[in-house]
Design a binder for this molecule. Structure first.
Ligand code: C2E
Ligand code: MG
Ligand code: MG
Length: 582
């Protein structure tokens, strides 16, 4: 051991012993903290001590401790750099900081830079030190469990969209170096919707699981298969010398899919349509590749399904379709084709109606009802989301005003916002204006944002968030669990709460992953004093589980489908929980 390292206790390294690394330049302080820990723990505890970061990192590699307690100011490192180096050395290591003061901003800074908790120097007794340590370890574990779960599709166990994008990016980087090709495939099942509609969701799920297995059988273990949602699968093939290699895999996949599947005693025949594009031949940009594969897949479908199609530059049919939608969408507001539906949010404990989420609907003259899932992305890409979003805000607040006039004074309204609206720069002004015009109090407006907004570190977005918070509107993170889902992110932003994505609620109760992730999200949120809304609650059993797990708010078909303005008002009037006299 060098001058800078020592072992301060003799608990041995038996299994079960808590192993702590202590980074503290002041040896006397180190010894006294170590003594505190010994006393509190009662169990064997091993404390490795180092007085410099360099010595500490060496111990870290040698002993793989359960947690580190560290000063930020060390002889060879200072402030957040100390945290950054520890996180880089071992991203799994729970970190507790020895701090001089406990002001809130400072604590936030620590969390943001990867610490789990902190102790105030000279003000910590034995029990507190131990509790803080245990808490930090637990927090780190549930945070990582969450990150893990949120990278996999829980139905099939395949990679999900986030992980898929990561893997594609990595594959592109590797291919650049090795001068090889990457093939990206989009696979869509041809008759999936029919199966779902006639045999039900469970049959649909079974089919998706079987398809995942068959895809696994058709590619190498090292290739990535992902499910992006619904019946959309993707495959990334690496290390290809020629495009023909990918075509061989396409034929293999089509053959595997074409075999009948036996579900609930029905022989089901599904086929797939595959679109393929190559890096770097067709595009060198990740989003460009995704668009190519999508366009090629559509062409394969048009060619009569059960086909694969390689992307070619003239494949613009899909783009044309998008353009047609975009053009029609430009006129949608003027032509009065947009309207809002409302879905109630219910207090899990009391059953009271807390408010309603506004969900946009587009009634296209030729296409009929177009789902927001299909047109919001186009509205975002084209920038049309800015005027449309403003229309939604204004309409939702005006509608709320009318419910209030009808006697429902306590309820609030939630509006979904896209990241693009934040970047535009006028958002705060528009919200302020709409609140003034409609006479709605800021706290009666809840804004639902997405994680992509939080990841988007542009200054305009960050400032707008702060300003909205200052204005007093509620801010909720939507679809939580499907993105990066990191604790550090949650703590970094002025959120009031988050909405657990409905994909996690779907299999409750009974599904181990779903239960674990819901509990983990609830535990994290409550530690951070965030309100949790469960989306997509469809059954009494789901509601009971959520109640027992202390979830505050629920929303879903179990209470009501999204309803047009008038129908929502009659729903309110019929509902005992919303009696205006109550
Ligand atoms: P979201 O904000 O997560 O909205 C919840 C979605 O879940 C809605 O779909 C709703 O109809 C659906 N849902 C509610 N309860 C249940 C249930 O019990 N089971 C199931 N399976 N689904 C349920 P919808 O209306 O199709 O909206 C989809 C997405 O479109 C929204 O997801 C939101 O991200 C986006 N969106 C809708 N309106 C707007 C808007 O005005 N602006 C923006 N930027 N996005 C919007
Ligand atoms: Mg929402
Ligand atoms: Mg949602």
């Amino acid at each position: 051991m060098s001058d800078h390292q020592s072992r301060l206790s003799a608990g041995g390294t038996r299994a079960g012993a808590l192993r702590v690394l202590l980074l503290e330049p002041d040896s006397a302080a180190a010894v006294s903290l170590a003594n505190l820990l010994q006393v509190a723990s009662g169990k064997p505890i091993t404390i490795e001590h180092a007085s410099t970061l360099e010595a500490g990192l060496a111990l870290l590699h040698e002993h793989a401790p359960d947690a580190v307690i560290t000063e930020l100011e060390l002889p060879d490192s200072s402030g957040n750099a100390t945290l950054a180096q520890l996180v880089a050395a071992d991203p799994h290591l729970p970190i507790v900081v020895l701090a001089d003061s406990d002001d809130d901003r400072f604590a936030l800074e620590l969390l943001k830079h990867g610490a789990q908790d902190y102790l105030i120097k000279g003000r910590s007794d034995a029990a507190l030190v131990l509790k803080t340590l245990r808490y930090a370890i637990e927090r780190k574990e549930s945070d990582q469990h969450l990150t893990f779960l949120s990278h996999y599709d829980r139905l099939t166990g395949l990679a999900n969209r986030e992980l898929f994008r990561d893997r594609l990016h990595q594959a592109m980087t590797r291919a650049e170096r090795s001068k090889q090709l990457v093939a990206l495939m989009f696979i869509d099942l041809d008759r999936f919707k029919a199966v779902n509609d006639t045999l039900g969701h469970l049959a649909g799920d079974e089919l998706l699981i079987e398809v995942a297995e068959r895809l696994k059988g058709a590619v190498r273990r090292s290739d990535t298969i992902a499910r992006l949602g619904g019946d959309e699968f993707t495959v990334i093939l690496e290390g290809l010398g020629a495009t023909a290699d990918a075509e061989a895999v396409c034929r293999k996949i089509l053959k595997a899919l074409a075999r009948p599947v036996l579900i609930q005693n029905h022989e089901i025949y599904v086929t797939g349509s595959i679109g393929v594009t190559f890096f770097p031949l067709d595009d060198t940009d990740l989003n460009g590749l995704l668009r190519n594969a999508d366009a090629a897949m559509y062409r394969a479908k048009e060619e009569g399904r059960n086909k694969y199609h390689l992307f070619t530059a003239d494949l613009n049919t899909r783009a044309l379709d998008r353009m047609a939608i975009e053009t029609a969408l430009r006129h949608a507001i003027d032509r009065d084709e947009l309207h809002l539906c409302y879905q109630p949010k219910i207090c899990v404990r009391t059953g009271a109606i807390l408010g309603a989420e506004a969900l946009l609907r587009w009634n296209h003259p030729q296409r009929g009802a177009v789902s927001p899932v299909d047109f919001i992305p186009i509205a975002e890409e084209s920038g049309l989301i800015v005027p449309i979003g403003e229309w939604v805000l204004r309409r939702a607040c005006a509608d709320l005003r009318k419910w209030q006039a009808a006697g429902f004074e306590q309820i609030n309204v939630a509006v979904n916002l896209s990241a693009r609206q934040f970047r535009h720069g006028e958002l705060v002004k528009v919200v302020t204006q709409v609140l003034e015009e409609t006479g709605i109090a800021p706290h009666q407006l809840e804004l639902e944002i997405t994680e992509s907004l939080l990841m988007d570190d542009t200054e305009a977005s960050q400032l707008a968030l702060q300003d909205l918070k200052a204005l007093g509107t509620g801010i909720y993170l939507d679809d939580f669990g499907t993105g990066y889902s990191s604790l550090a992110y949650l703590k970094k932003f002025p959120l009031d709460g988050l909405k657990i994505d409905r994909s996690f609620i779907r299999d409750l109760p009974g599904d181990a992953d779903g239960e674990a992730i819901t509990r983990a999200i609830l535990a994290l949120s409550h530690a951070l004093r965030l309100t949790v809304v469960a989306e997509g609650v469809e059954t009494a059993a789901q509601l009971a589980f959520l109640g027992a797990a202390d979830c505050e708010v629920a929303q879903g078909y179990f209470f009501s489908r999204p309803l047009p303005f008038r129908e929502f008002l009659s729903w309110l009037q019929r509902s005992p929980a919303a009696d205006p006299a109550a």
